[in-house]
Design a protein around this ligand. Structure first.
Ligand code: 5AD
Ligand code: SF4
Length: 446
């Protein structure tokens, strides 16, 4: 979501005459798009602001803006830090060019956030217009773009800040989404990722018809130039699930990939989190996915150290991970988010060392599974959409001249590393897998 917002803000500012600076030191304006989902994300922003304060000493006219969820959460409080000139929430990003211009020309410090974020507001229309006018293709990863299917969330998982900073759940009109994807296809985008906090709950009523995510997948599939379609993130629920899986099985363009966070394997903890499923129900949903879409790759999210999580509860999470056979999973240490139900009613009592130990253990359990799954690719050829240089491109030695170490992903989201010319970024190629590690497949272009 934040990457998408950053792309839209960049596009709006470019249209207003700004250009991207090489570095913060050379910039007239620095905007930080922030995430509030975990305390750690906010701490990183604060330390970054410390760094900017230092730069601002020698460049007092530099404008610093904090945008996104942390801006919405903290509002005017952020202006107590004299480094900050602009505070702009995720709903106010359509005002960004105006806010930046005023800060530069009139030296005006400003806060633009929503007072009652849980209420329907006319600002949503402005956001819809902003979204449909500006481009979400920032070419950071050639050939790929995000498209928002839904804003906000109504789920209120007890640990989660999202409903309080991104507001109520709103599905975007299918016509707006389709038009946007067509435009992106025209610009050379091959992979679109439809985004929503609970994207499988997409629903839009128009002309006497209710469109669900499966309908969107069929419509996006018709768009020429788009070759792969992903959707993230899915909430484990029966509703619309069969239709979505059927669309995935029917439509070659829809990637056989599902990101469906479980968060915990303990029914007691799931209940305390206000997640409306049990561990066995969750596993049934995975079985159904594998039955309808053979070969589907599934990724999960887990949280360790939620209030009240005992060793026994954690053991149930380990057991769920063993059964789920994820391609990969993301594991987070619980952190209390101010204003959420868990923060108000439960004590964040699991010690930091215990959270850390459980985090490491769960990742180790998953690593073994990922390793086994990765090995199945040995000797096989996979289709890869090339993203660009690999993380270790500068240290790798390439056999052939002009080649560098590149990375890309398969439709199932496996990371593939191989040597090739960087001009392949944004293109599809075939790679023969010769070596694997738990999270990466290594191979040669074929
Ligand atoms: N503490 C730790 N992790 C969290 N997540 C959401 N809220 C919190 C929190 N308060 C994790 C969940 C979610 C992912 C995006 O972030 O696992 O799926
Ligand atoms: Fe947060 Fe739950 Fe909504 Fe996901 S579904 S954004 S975890 S409240």
């Amino acid at each position: 979501m934040n990457k998408l917002d950053t792309a839209l803000v960049t596009s709006a500012l470019k249209k207003a005459g700004f250009s991207i600076a090489e570095s913060e030191k050379g910039a007239d304006v620095v905007l930080i798009n922030t995430c509030s989902v975990r305390e750690h994300a906010e701490q990183r922003v604060l330390s970054h602001l410390g760094h900017l304060k230092h730069i601002k000493k020698s460049k007092p006219n530099m404008v610093v803006g904090v945008i996104g969820c942390m801006a919405q959460r903290l509002g005017a409080e952020l202006l107590e830090d004299k480094t900050i000139d602009i505070v702009c929430g995720p709903v106010q990003i359509p005002q960004i060019a105006e806010l930046v211009t005023k800060a530069l020309q009139e030296k005006k410090r400003a806060v633009a956030i929503t007072g009652k974020i849980r209420q329907e507001s006319p600002e949503n229309e402005a956001l819809e217009e902003f979204e449909s006018v500006f481009d979400s293709y920032d070419k950071q990863i050639p050939g790929q773009a995000f498209v928002r299917a839904m804003r906000g969330c109504n789920n209120f998982c007890t640990y989660c800040i999202v409903p309080y900073v991104r507001g109520p759940e709103v599905s975007r009109p299918p016509a707006a989404i389709i038009e946007q994807v067509k435009r992106l296809a025209g610009e050379g985008v091959k992979l679109v990722a439809l985004l929503g906090q609970m994207v499988n709950a997409y629903k839009y009523n128009t002309n006497g018809k209710t469109y669900c995510l499966a309908d969107l997948l069929y419509m996006v599939s018709e768009i020429e130039g788009i070759e792969w379609i992903r959707f993230v993130t899915s909430y484990p629920t029966e509703e619309s699930y069969g239709q979505i899986l059927k669309a995935m099985a029917d439509l070659p363009k829809v990637c056989n990939y599902l990101h469906m966070p479980a968060q915990s394997g303990s029914d007691k903890i799931l209940k305390a989190m206000n997640r409306n499923y049990t561990a066995s129900k969750y596993l049934e949903l995975l079985d159904k996915a594998r039955e309808i879409v053979p070969g589907i790759a599934i990724a999960g999210d887990f949280m360790v150290g939620f209030p009240g999580e005992t060793e026994e509860d954690f053991g149930k999470t380990v057991s769920l991970v063993q059964k789920a056979r994820y391609k990969n999973c993301f594991v987070f240490k619980y952190s209390a988010r101010p204003g959420t139900t868990a923060d108000k009613r439960l004590q964040d009592a699991v010690p930091q060392e215990v959270k850390k130990r459980r985090n490491i253990k769960l990742l180790a359990v998953q690593e073994k599974i990922s390793e086994q799954l990765a090995k199945q690719f040995l000797g096989k050829e996979v289709k890869v959409l090339v993203e660009g240089l690999s993380k270790k491109a500068n240290v790798s030695t390439c056999s052939e001249k002009g080649y560098q170490q590149l990375m890309g992903r398969t439709a199932e989201d496996w990371i593939v590393v191989f040597d090739g010319p960087v001009t392949l970024a944004g293109k599809f190629i075939k790679v023969k897998i010769t070596r694997t590690s738990p999270l990466t497949l290594f191979g040669e272009m074929s």
